[in-house]
Design a protein around this ligand. Structure first.
Ligand SMILES: CC(C)(COP(=O)(O)OP(=O)(O)OC[C@H]1O[C@@H](n2cnc3c(N)ncnc32)[C@H](O)[C@@H]1OP(=O)(O)O)[C@@H](O)C(=O)NCCC(=O)NCCS
Length: 175
């Protein structure tokens, strides 16, 4: 399993099918999926299907996708973070999700900052967006800390969500 990115506390690497039980545990918390799918996965098998049709398919199709976030101090898979190409919009969204017992330690910002820099420096993307539900205050705060700015609302997959964006080509992203 090759590391894509390393930060002081985290490793970001591609998901593999063996990660299904660990990501199932993260997503089994209703608070973690509250602003995304809304419902917890029914089984490890269902999570495996999501991994195959989501990140693993994205790596094959686009060369990047959401990555596994591994805590260096415990070697535990604690969530996901990374850029995802949204074919519906023709744009790349940065996403982040962590197990609840890891919240509010700056870890999502740490992972997403590294992912954002990778999107600029390695993928040569000129901008990124984030789609966030209006009452997801923690996620909005992370987007702000990344230097993203609000750009109205957008109807995405049947829900009205906030659109945040950042231009990467003008040196505005943090290093
Ligand atoms: C969003 C999420 C990834 C943030 O992870 P995290 O590691 O706690 O994020 P950070 O610690 O880097 O930053 C969180 C910021 O939000 C703030 N915050 C957290 N909960 C908050 C709340 N309920 N109200 C206001 N601010 C809040 C924190 O204080 C912190 O800001 P600060 O550094 O200015 O103090 C995490 O809450 C999560 O996994 N949520 C469920 C999945 C999700 O909603 N993902 C985003 C989908 S768009």
């Amino acid at each position: 399993m090759s590391t894509i990115l390393e930060t002081p506390r985290l490793l970001l690497r591609q998901f593999v099918i063996e990660d299904a039980p660990a990501i199932f545990r993260v997503n089994s918390d209703p608070e973690v999926v509250r602003y995304a799918e809304g419902v917890v996965p029914a089984s490890v098998d269902e999570t495996l299907g999501h991994l195959r049709n989501g990140p693993l398919a994205d790596y094959a199709r686009y060369g990047f996708g959401r990555w596994a976030v591994v805590e260096k101090s415990t070697d535990e898979l604690i969530g996901m973070c990374g850029p995802k190409f949204l074919a519906e919009l023709g744009e790349v969204e940065i996403g982040y999700r962590l197990a609840r017992d890891r919240w509010s330690r700056g870890l999502a910002t740490e992972a997403a900052t590294a992912a954002l820099n990778y999107a600029r420096d390695d993928l040569a993307l000129d901008h990124l967006i984030a789609l966030i539900m209006e009452d997801n205050t923690a996620s909005i705060r992370v987007a702000e800390k990344l230097g993203m700015t609000p750009a109205g609302t957008i109807l995405f997959e049947g829900a009205e969500v906030l659109r945040y964006e950042i231009t990467l080509s003008d040196g505005s992203a943090s290093r």
